[in-house]
Design a protein around this ligand. Structure first.
Ligand code: ATP
Length: 299
């Protein structure tokens, strides 16, 4: 199947800085992809080139196998810091966005109202945007990005600036949109990436350093371990004297590296039960997305 978007060796140089360096990836329709990386990794540069705001210095971007079309009609873009005209109402602003993105003139008001209802701004659509909170502005930004039902929605840090309530609300909206369109979004918030992603793209200093589904990436960096927290230090010492596994301990916690030791949870539990060890918890742990981020995206 032809991917919705194919990016080959995409590069952007600013003088000697490689903001993006020979990055290649594909987006299949109706998938959500998280672009992850620390500050300065090249996320905004990548999204700006895909949305047509910045010209690449190398590589290519193909939509739907290269069919010639005005990309503005198939892309919706929410920049990291969306700007609004404070003297316009949310409805006026969204109508203007509708006209600019090619919605039929007689449909603009109907579509603008429907979209504002969808993003939860139905009741305040006639208020001036200058009075809006950060969360309301982010929803309005989302409304202008989706008003023309784009095939590809590009979102630059859509929830980073929001408080936990606003973040949850916008994440729920995005998950609903995921069923209708294809989403590529950048984020620092790894919990969000875990919540809504079919594909992860890790950028570091302009390079794509890791990619794959959440399960694939997790499997590569899993570092599974069994963690036991003992009731007291004597219990921990008694365990380390009798255990056949090599363990590392910190405070009252002992870790067994499952990859190295081939330890099974059931045999660990049998040893603990047979020795009547007093434990607070026994847990199977693998690397979190944050652990992976620290390894992959941060030097
Ligand atoms: P953040 O998370 O802080 O938004 P980012 O991952 O989006 O970071 P970019 O904004 O794409 O990173 O920047 C990538 C690199 O390119 C950085 O080193 C940045 O300083 C540089 N850069 C970006 N835009 C320009 C520009 N217009 N002129 C010169 N250098 C730029």
């Amino acid at each position: 199947m032809t991917p919705l978007l194919q990016v080959d060796n995409l590069t952007k140089k600013y003088g000697s800085i490689h903001a993006l360096d020979t990055v290649s990836f594909e987006l299949e329709e109706h998938t959500a992809t998280a672009l992850i990386g620390p500050n300065g990794a090249g996320k905004t540069t990548a999204l700006s080139m895909l949305s047509g705001l910045v010209s690449p210095t190398g590589g290519s971007i193909q939509f739907q196998g290269g069919v010639k079309q005005d990309i503005r009609s198939i892309i919706g873009f929410l920049p990291q810091y969306p700007k609004f005209f404070p003297w316009l109402s949310a409805l006026e602003f969204t109508e203007m966005a509708a006209r600019l993105s090619g919605v039929e003139t007689r449909q603009t008001t109907i579509e603008a109202k429907k979209t504002l209802e969808f993003v939860g701004l139905g009741e305040v659509m006639n208020k001036k945007t200058g009075t809006f909170s950060g969360g309301m502005k982010q929803r309005l930004g989302l409304a202008q990005a989706i008003i023309h039902k784009p095939k590809l929605l590009l979102l630059d840090e859509p929830v980073s600036a929001l408080d936990p309530v606003g973040r949850r609300q916008v994440m729920e909206l995005l998950k609903e949109l995921q069923r209708k369109t294809t989403i590529l979004y950048s984020t620092h918030i790894l919990n969000d990436a875990e919540e809504m992603t079919d594909q992860l793209l890790f950028l570091r200093q302009g390079k794509l350093v890791e990619h794959g589904s959440l399960d694939e990436v997790r499997a590569r960096y899993a570092e599974p371990r069994i963690v036991i927290e003992f009731e007291g230090i004597q219990e921990l010492q008694r365990f380390t004297e009798v255990t056949k596994w090599q363990v590392t301990s910190k405070g009252l916690i002992v870790s067994i590296d499952v990859r190295l030791e081939k330890a099974e949870m059931s045999s660990v539990l049998s040893v603990l039960t047979a020795g009547k060890f007093l434990v607070r918890r026994v847990e199977w742990q693998t690397a979190s997305l944050e652990d992976i981020f620290m390894k992959v995206a941060v030097i």
